[in-house]
Design a protein around this ligand. Sequence first.
Ligand code: ASP
Length: 482
Amino acid sequence: MKFKIHYWILIGFVLGILAGVIFKADEKSILIEFKSGNQVKIAEIHSVKIVVKRQETYDTINANNKVDLINIFKRDFENVHSILINDIWYNDVAKIKSDESVLKFISPLGNLFLRLLSFLAIPLVIASMIVGVASLGNAKALGRVGLRTIFFYLVTTCFAVLIGLTIAKVIEPGKKISEQVKSQIEIVDQSIVEEKIKAKGKFDIIDFLVNVVPSNPFKALSQGEMLQIIFLSIFFGMGLTFLEEAKRKLIIDFFDGVSQVFIRMVRIVLWFAPIGVFALISVAISDFGVSILSTLGYYMFAVVLGLFLQFTLVYSMLVWLVGKTNPLRFYSGMREAFLVAFTTSSSAATLPVTFQCVEENLKVPKEIASFVLPLGATINMDGTSLYQCVAAVFIAQFYGLDLSFAQLATIFITSVLASIGTAPVPGVGIIMLVMILQSVGIPPQGIGLILGVDRILDMLRTIPNVTGDAAVSFVVSKLEKK
Ligand code: ASP
């Protein structure tokens, strides 16, 4: 192959950013669709009154902005009688939505790419993990690899949390917000905030551990419960080592074959990656309201700086000091995975690509990669816990709360736990943040402040999430070789 696949992915990525900037969705305008099928576009709304029919009487509701209008209409659309926007009456309205850019036509391609990756992840994990565990040969080797893995995962996460807390304390992003900006960002739709707070539920470490054991393995498989699937694969792999040679070989060969088929499938999907990455990134950029970036500048700067330090310092130290390898070799081997992590915002969806990079480019043996990577994708999220620390301190500063040492220590511990409990899919980090805020008595409604920029930070924090797993698999394999 002359032109390597990561160059094509990079080209798709850069073109996607350009397309997203050029075909930006209009932040202010809305589209009104009438029951007749006609549409009008309103470039900017200044004033809105919605007349709602309640039995025999009519109520008038004022909406303050576009988001209010869309939400009130959604909630009450059966009763909406007419709407007065900028002094013009509209009747027979069927739908009101934000104006979408032309890129909406290519967004299915991005979804298709995401679905293909997610589709490959679970079978790949099961087949390779069973082979990996069975080939490690005995409980002793497995225990050694397992302990080292968990140890390095904890160490990298502790660094992430420390970096996050230090940066937030030094930069103090929450104290640098002007009054005007405060009123601007507080308009964020409260119903979305409440929804996230409800979604969090309770995180109980004991329950969490008990839940690692599925009561029904088939249910775990069908629901894609990653941690339960990992348990199932390890347990099955261990059981396999007790079989008589002929049978054991038969089953290992079978799963080995399956995993090879899936690895081929990953390669096929990667041919499609440049287009998938183009579609995902262009739609994300075009949807993303750039104006909000300036309002939360310091906060974003703090998170990005922290992620950058974690990404460049912590992992190069690990690879260099423990893995005795030039870190540049490590980073260069991981290029495709970085791009896919950023565009999909999901460590789980990136997993097939992480496997490919770690095994083919970094030469980590399959037995190690297949054990360390899926476990890491599920329980090791350095980027997420770093971001959660910055966000928690930012929100506390915003509300004028001074955090005591005990509170900072609580944030430290809960973000390490949250990293274990966060599902490796887009946007879960902010839900787990609610738990951290509650643990130290910061109002969870504060997530409303940062929701607007969470999408872009989610993309960024997924890169260290994936890199951490790869770096640990790399050093564990080096230590095993010794
Ligand atoms: N998107 C992140 C991941 O998949 C999780 C999060 O922080 O929301 O790694």
